[in-house]
Design a protein around this ligand. Structure first.
Ligand code: ATP
Ligand code: LTN
Length: 324
């Protein structure tokens, strides 16, 4: 069975882009693949964060994974920082990664512009991510577009290690869903929707129905009033992709349905489609919160499995590099 690994950093509130770009794919893959999903808390602390609320964020993310349909009976779920094998391997991989290739990373360039202080952790972020992936001998990494470059550098690092020290790592491949790999902001269709963007620009998985309705109704649109899927209408095209992903209807069919109707009708219907899917996830998460043991049990059992698999690769890598 092919292995899948992916993670989300608990940097804010899970948003619709995280769900459509990543988590929805995970749910669909769990029957066919051996899936391992983590909460990348070590990645979250590479940018400014609040230690007081951090544990709650980590827990909320995990409960949203479960509420979205990730089944701990089928998948391995754990918290990245609890498995120190990752950081141990990351150090070894750091020694075969060059400063110039890390300087080329788009996410580093973007995020370092926004931070007051640029940490070495933010710079080395892709190397820890490579360790996350390679330590499980991962075949496939389902993520959104913005993480593609990081999966590619992980593959480069794996090839370099294997070439220098002998075959240890599998070479991972990225998996994107073309239509939803890059959901754009509701307030600026030239920017990606993100957890850390302004609240109006995104739909959070925790948003109440009336909040979703309000955010969609006030989402920016393009000039003109036709509902069209064309390149020079990036705002409406983004909303059409969201509509299609949530309703399962092809874009052409949605365009035909709203022919001659205005933006208000379309947005109203879009909000309803989103609410129908997000509402039950939000309610399920609230229900799961009541079960005190569920979270602890899930991450404890997941960690046990993750440690066994990752320890084996780490030892192989250390041996190959002459460290044992
Ligand atoms: P941050 O604002 O902290 O960078 P983010 O919302 O961009 O957070 P990440 O934690 O970086 O989210 O991403 C989690 C997963 O969701 C990744 O696989 C990422 O590619 C995917 N993802 C994030 N934003 C989008 C988006 N707008 N469209 C599609 N996929 C996305
Ligand atoms: N950097 C990713 C989160 C992440 C990840 C991973 C994704 C950390 N380690 C390994 C896939 C595989 C992000 O979404 N910002």
């Amino acid at each position: 069975m092919k292995r899948v690994f992916s993670a989300v950093r608990p940097s804010g509130e899970l948003q619709l882009g995280n769900y459509l770009g990543a988590i929805k794919q995970w749910v669909e893959m769990q029957d066919e693949y051996d899936c391992i999903f983590a909460i990348a808390d070590y990645h979250a602390i590479t940018t400014e964060y609040d230690p007081k609320t951090f544990q709650q964020k980590v827990k909320d993310h995990m409960l949203f994974y479960l509420a979205s349909g990730i089944d701990p009976q089928k998948c391995t779920l754990f918290i990245q920082s609890q498995n120190s094998n990752h950081t141990e391997l990351a150090w070894i991989l750091d020694t075969i990664t060059t400063v110039s290739e890390l300087q080329r990373m788009t996410q580093f360039k973007d995020k370092s512009q926004k931070e007051k202080v640029i940490s070495a952790g933010l710079f080395n972020y892709p190397v820890l991510m490579a360790a996350d992936i390679l330590i499980y001998q991962t075949d496939v990494v389902p993520v959104g577009e913005d993480q593609k470059q990081h999966v590619e550098i992980a593959a480069d690092i794996a090839k370099r290690f294997n070439h220098r020290y002998g075959e240890v790592f599998k070479i991972p491949e990225v998996k994107l869903v073309k239509e939803t790999a890059r959901i754009m902001s509701l307030t600026d269709p030239t920017k990606k929707m993100s957890k850390t963007g302004e609240d109006r620009s995104r739909i959070n998985l925790s948003d109440a129905d009336d909040v979703i309705m309000k955010k969609i109704m006030s989402a920016v649109t393009d000039s003109g009033k036709e509902i069209e899927y064309v390149e020079d209408k990036p705002a409406i095209s983004n909303l059409l992709r969201i509509y299609s992903a949530y309703s399962g209807e092809p874009i052409e069919q949605i365009v035909a349905k709203f022919e001659g109707k205005g933006y208000a009708d379309f947005k109203n219907s879009l909000a309803e489609v989103i609410i129908k899917k997000i509402g039950p996830i939000r309610e399920k998460k609230i229900e799961l919160e009541k079960d005190e043991e569920l979270y602890k049990k899930t991450i404890f059992e997941g960690l046990e499995k993750a440690e066994i698999i990752s320890r084996e690769t780490l030892e192989k890598a250390k041996k190959a590099a002459g460290l044992i």
